[in-house]
Design a protein around this ligand. Structure first.
Ligand code: ATP
Ligand code: MG
Length: 429
């Protein structure tokens, strides 16, 4: 029978890859903790309506990327394509937003039916933060500073550039959209189908076009910056000042509009050229209208989401995951001889009790000394503890052996193995 395969674009993450993931997850969690953010967990499935009303009907995500289906009750549900909508839904449903300030973070899988390629998958993992109830731009600067702090911890700062833009209030954008539509209609002959289709429904998405022909036309398009109101400009200028004060370099990119409808005022992306085409590792901004749009009380908000796969790709290709993060096993217990199972079990327990932070593998399944030692070497452990008997007699001594070129070893009474490990091999207890 043919073997079943994973769904295209949905990756298995195997044991030799998980250390990079754990490293990234640990670092992210340290950083959000440092900034006082609290974790929120919300379901992977939500009503499709939630995403339509937040991300926007005429966006790539909602038009063609969602995994939507009717469940057994006939409710139309979707696998979440991003985290902000679910986070807002959950926080509002449980009364965390009204008249309050919240700093929240989440992590977990997201689903988009895109064409799989390097850095673009159908199931992928995001880390995100969402801050509610703060007008900014101080909180905008904070979420950017938080992301910059993670790059610093991961030693990726040199490879990432911050791009920012001011996309104005929703009213500003409505005025701009009208002007842009007029312009696009006048250039309809030079546009592709995609751009023509969006001319009326979501003209700002045309600005994202990757088609060089369309891009050339867009050079003469009205500029959003000319439609942004004064309040919005003040907010943005203050954000830029705060970023400068915090020593966070940025580039202004007037073409940056983000693919989700709920953003307003300042938006940002962190991009890299070390990943090829999929260069955006993190995107965010303010979304002051979203909570109300989803039925809550008006609530100010800002946040970002970052793509874990792209960050793991960066960490691995740049060799930024420290060796220590890859080390799963420290000590390999070699147990040679019949009837040593019991002594092996107890010795393993002695060592684990004394050094709970170490990885100790007890050899199971018997086998010759040489074969077991080979496994010990292959495990990546730095030490082997060996008990060996050739008869039925219990043994009293163990041997501790360095699994390196020196092969240095000492003998020890089994009961004193942990003391010897501490003293002789300098393992902190
Ligand atoms: P892109 O322009 O690359 O499609 P996006 O604007 O659709 O990104 P967002 O919705 O802003 O992405 O999501 C935030 C981050 O999540 C992205 O910057 C990226 O790192 C990651 N991401 C988005 N879609 C995918 C995907 N299909 N596979 C892997 N990572 C993704
Ligand atoms: Mg996308």
């Amino acid at each position: 029978m043919a073997k079943l395969q994973a769904i295209r674009g949905m990756n298995d993450i195997l044991p030799d890859q998980t250390p990079s993931w754990q490293y990234l997850e640990n670092r992210f969690q340290q950083v959000v903790k440092r900034f006082g953010y609290q974790e929120i967990r919300f379901p992977i499935l939500e009503q499709t309506q939630l995403f339509k009303r937040s991300i926007g009907e005429v966006t790539d995500i909602v038009e063609k990327e969602m995994y939507s289906f009717d469940d057994r009750n006939g409710d139309n549900l979707s696998l979440r394509p991003e985290g902000t909508a679910g986070c807002v839904r959950a926080a509002d449903q449980h009364g965390l937003l009204y008249n309050q300030q919240q700093r929240l973070w989440y992590q977990g899988p997201m689903f988009r039916h895109e064409r799989p390629q390097k850095g673009r998958y159908r199931q992928f993992q995001q880390f995100g933060v969402e801050a509610f109830g703060m007008a900014g731009p101080d909180i905008d600067a904070e979420v950017i500073q938080l992301s910059a702090s993670l790059w610093q911890d991961l030693d990726l700062s040199d490879y990432l550039t911050l791009e920012i833009n001011n996309i104005g209030s929703s009213d500003d954008r409505k005025n701009y959209a009208t002007a842009l539509t007029t312009f696009l209609v006048s250039k309809a002959d030079s546009l592709d189908d995609d751009a023509r289709n969006r001319t009326h429904s979501n003209p700002m998405r045309v600005l994202d076009s990757k088609n060089p022909e369309v891009r050339r036309v867009l050079e003469d398009a009205p500029k959003l910056a000319d439609y942004v109101s004064e309040v919005s400009v003040e907010h943005y200028c203050e954000l830029k000042r705060l970023l400068q004060v915090a020593g966070i370099a940025f580039v202004e990119n007037p073409r940056l509009v983000r693919g989700l409808d709920y953003y307003n005022n300042c938006v940002f992306e962190w991009i890299t050229d070390s990943l090829g085409a999929q260069g955006t590792v993190c995107g965010g901004g303010r979304y002051d209208g979203l909570v109300e749009q989803l039925g809550g009380k008006p609530t100010l908000a800002a946040g970002f989401a970052m793509g874990a796969e792209r960050l793991v790709l960066m960490l691995d290709s740049l060799g930024k995951v420290p060796k220590s993060a890859r080390k799963a096993v420290d000590i390999y217990l070699v147990v040679v001889g019949k009837d040593l199972a019991e002594q092996g079990l107890l010795l393993g327990q002695q060592i684990r009790d004394r050094f709970p932070h170490l990885g100790v593998i007890s050899h199971c399944g018997g086998g010759k000394y040489n074969n077991q030692l080979k496994r010990a070497f292959n495990s990546g452990a730095s030490l082997a503890v060996i008990i060996e008997s050739d008869g039925d007699e219990p043994v009293h001594t163990a041997k501790i052996r360095r699994l390196d070129d020196t092969g240095e070893s000492v003998s020890v009474e089994i009961v004193n193995t942990s003391d010897k490990l501490a003293e002789f091999f300098d393992i902190p207890g």
